[in-house]
Design a binder for this molecule. Structure first.
Ligand code: UDP
Length: 246
């Protein structure tokens, strides 16, 4: 059943409905190497989002007419499971899933050296098992880790986080309820190459002043910094456990 939206989005004490401060991330748990059948994989549990990304390649391109003789390509497929949201989602991929697949692909491409893999593809499959707002950002975080787990050279990781505005107040990492709130609201998903200090995705839905925009961007970068540290820590943990297991 779809959840009803609350009457107020901030509590009497000024905190958000889930008790977070405006600049607080939801809980985040990351696991690397969760799929035995993929070349690289990761699971990101961000708030109530549960997202798995599996990466394959570099390998032969299918369908073959997509192959490019001077460079490799990155193909991304983002899908939400039928049971991932309150209202049954059609199993057929909709326009939103196609758009998010493209957005994730473009956010990740800048970290790869695709020119080193002519006629080849790197494929990433992303499955959202539970969705609770900000799935494109959590998908980017997971997919970047799946690529890193695959062991190919990368310029940096990519970290996704959304920032928004509700009733004129900037807030970090919107939940589904906050995402759906319409009064004085804006939503801005951002993806960053933290080490290279480059932004690879920035979408904005809603209206914000220049001042609000700067405030929101800074908030997103602070949040991304924390997620980036957790991404690196998760990779280190996997790498160390492999060394111990040898
Ligand atoms: N959502 C939903 N049903 C759908 C698609 C999305 O309930 O068919 C919810 C889901 O929680 C998602 C949120 O709406 O995370 C926001 O979706 P949006 O398109 O803004 O993308 P996202 O914030 O997940 O990147």
């Amino acid at each position: 059943m779809p959840e009803k939206l609350p009457e107020k989005i901030f509590r009497e004490d000024g905190l958000r409905l889930d008790g977070r401060t405006p600049d607080q991330l939801r809980d985040l748990r990351i696991e690397i190497g969760v799929l035995k059948t993929a070349d690289g994989s990761a699971m990101v549990c961000h708030g109530k989002n549960r997202i798995i990304a599996g990466a394959y390649g570099p390998r032969e391109v299918h369908p073959r007419h997509l192959a490019q003789s001077d460079t490799g390509i990155l193909q991304v497929q983002y899908r939400m499971s039928t049971f991932s949201v309150g209202e049954r989602k059609s199993p057929a991929p909709g326009r939103r899933e196609k758009e998010i697949s493209m957005v994730v692909q473009r956010a990740l491409e800048p970290v790869l050296f695709l020119e080193q893999y002519p006629n080849s593809t790197i494929d990433i499959f992303i499955q959202v098992m539970t969705a609770d707002g900000g799935t494109r950002c959590a998908s980017i975080t997971a997919a970047a880790l799946a690529l890193a787990d695959m062991g190919i050279p990368m310029r940096d990781l990519v970290t996704g986080v959304a920032v928004g505005k509700i009733n004129g107040k900037p807030i970090l990492d919107l939940s589904d309820k906050e995402d759906k709130w319409e009064e004085g609201a804006a939503d801005m998903p951002v993806a960053v190459m933290m080490n290279e200090k480059k932004i690879t995705l920035l979408q904005l839905d809603g209206q914000v002043s220049m001042e609000e925009y700067e405030q929101m961007l800074n908030m997103a970068l602070e949040g991304a910094k924390k997620i980036y540290e957790m991404q690196k820590e998760a990779l280190r943990k996997k790498y160390n456990s492999e060394l111990v297991g040898r």
